[in-house]
Design a protein around this ligand. Sequence first.
Ligand code: NAP
Length: 333
Amino acid sequence: MNIKKNVDLRNYNTFCVSSIAENFVEINSVTDIQNLTKINYFDDGTLILGGGSNILLVSYSIKNVAKINIQGINLIYEDENEIYLKVGAGENWHEFVEYTYENNWHGLENLVLIPGSVGAAPVQNIGAYGVEQKEFCHSVEVFLLKENKVVNLKNEECNFTYRDSIFKNELKGNFVIISVTYKLQKKFEPNLYYQDLKYRLTSECTPKELLEAVIEIRTRKLPDVNVYGNAGSFFQNPIVKKEKVERIAESYPKIKYFPYGDENHKLAAAWLIDSCRLKGFRIGDAGVSEMHPLILVNYGNASGKEIFEVSEKVIHSVLKKFDVQLVREVNII
Ligand code: NAP
């Protein structure tokens, strides 16, 4: 295995900010992980990198970095209704979704175009347009670093909730995801719960129409990661007690929210940020996207620290105006 010295991580994170990895290694197999544990590579809180699409690097340097490249899509089981695919953690999420679509295996259409790797998908339980990966995730194969062993966590054991999982909590810092097994459907049943899709399509739509609609909406609404560095939604949509939302609505009747369980509402963070007039707010090359206020962007040569400062400004402004605490979806490293 080739451990490289002093690698600039600029090309390994979708914000395209610089930070130096003192040691940098690419992992292609479980054997690679085992070999690295023998030299205690993971002992000092090593940064495990997938597609680098959910991190903001604010540190000038990081001691050890491991980039997960484990590839492969293997058919595990199939019957007339379902198919189980075991997917290497290093596979690209968007390409995997396209592959399932091309083979007429259904469920992930609403999650097309989400940047990042398959291994990162269960960590924050990625979701878009009314679908979360937890609905199709059968199990996650994980290397536990402290225990030095591979375990297979069933869906129920991953504690998936809104943009959250066991990997962000109990297992934080102690795991490398090796593969994820997805259970997909052979019969197409579109999820058109979100308005953007409901307006465009009917329940008779084809998988192609659904996929193309999601691609069209995302391309129009979200800044292109290949043009301006970003990490998709920077903040979670806050889950707030119904009574509190009703109180806020007395002063701000246009507030955008959706029912979330019996006691809570989910507030649209983008609406809160927009209402603080922060769309387009900038510090140097770091800013709140003009296209979608939930997304922070690097307009050129922003540093991780500047993007972080913009996020602080957003959090403080929303807290001051609405008394609602925004939580970052993106991990700060
Ligand atoms: P929108 O219609 O302006 O709504 C704003 C927020 O309200 C969304 O983020 C969504 O939350 C929530 N929402 C909308 N319809 C809902 C419903 N019927 N039930 C419950 N919650 C609802 O949406 P948008 O900002 O354009 O986003 C649409 C979808 O794209 C969302 O699912 C969002 O997650 C996704 N998106 C992804 C990224 C990314 O790159 N990762 C960036 C922006 C938006 P949820 O986020 O919880 O779905």
